[in-house]
Design a protein around this ligand. Sequence first.
Ligand code: SF4
Ligand code: SF4
Length: 380
Amino acid sequence: MRGNASTILKGFRLASGILTAPSPKKIKKLTFAVTYMCNCECTMCHIWKKYRENSALQKGEMNLEQIEKIFLNSMALRKVEKISFIGGEPFLRKDFAEIFLFFSRHYPYSIFDITTNGQNPALIKENMAKIFSAIDPSRLNFLVSLDGLRETHDKVRGRAGAFEAAEETLNQVRELSPSVRLIISFTLVPWNYRELLEVYYYAQSRGFSMTMRFAEMNDSFYYGIHGPRNGWKVEELSEAERRVFKVIGEIQKRRGLLGKIVNSDIFFFEKMADYMFLPRRTLNCYSGTHSFFMDPYGMVYPCLSLDRRIGSALDNGFDSVWNSPKAAEIRKSIAKGNCHCWTDCESLPSIQRHAKFISSNLKKHISRTFSFGSRKARER
Ligand code: SF4
Ligand code: SF4
């Protein structure tokens, strides 16, 4: 019953996203990095270095009271539909469960994502027990990073035993709440793409969903990376794309007709490698208008990828930052196409506002059903 209600709500939000114009007055999504503490040493992300290189920075992270104040005092933030908690590693914050519970009370109709590296199963279990005692699990997506099978995952995460820990976390959360949606989150880099399908089958065999994306290629203020990295060879990218399409085929096989047509993730996955071959803007982006990113210090950005600070919600209050001339100027620049990226947390909310993804899914379904179209389309 609860599941049905959440599917109906999802469908309603999807339809309203397509039918209504994006507006800063209707913020749909917040991505909130609650901390930059991290207990991994990933090859494709340098967040773990932040506090090791400058431990004083950590003192600037907001406390629970400061976070609550920002949200309780804002009119603009009254109706956020989706809140994604990321880090660093969110569970390294001693008060993470309290932060989450504040949001679940303040936003009784919102959907939440928690993304974790799953490296501290006991701590995560303790926090999740508190969280499940207070919320309907159908409002939560629980994402655990898994970037390969045992050895590869440990190598990518820079931590021996990382795979086992992630697996234990998944099992324990499942035990606490059999109905919560568990999602394996795979980040493609040149040294793990060969295991993409295996990880998908691993996820399938245990009843987990899977999402994937390529690691960011260039400068990233959020990931703490400066200068190009993760250099892909063309043949590696082509091979990675082939594997991505195999996974897409597997995902689609398991979906009913409606799921095949209305899910925006497939549109995102299909264009991932394409973006890597030729990075460019392909769709209008509404980050900074219908969504934003907030760092652990209360600084507001349009998204995770664009290093343009809109302002400090901690110092000035969210509404004055969000309605400022600087916010308007940044929105204008984004609308002109002055930046681009293809990341799931940022691109998906914008993709969901374009009916194009539905027609693209529909076309592919028809072409597969009647076995016409290009070889690539049939493989999909
Ligand atoms: S990807 Fe996640 S786990 Fe890895 S260093 Fe970055 S924040 Fe930490
Ligand atoms: S295109 Fe990407 S980088 Fe530019 S605002 Fe949108 S999400 Fe951010």
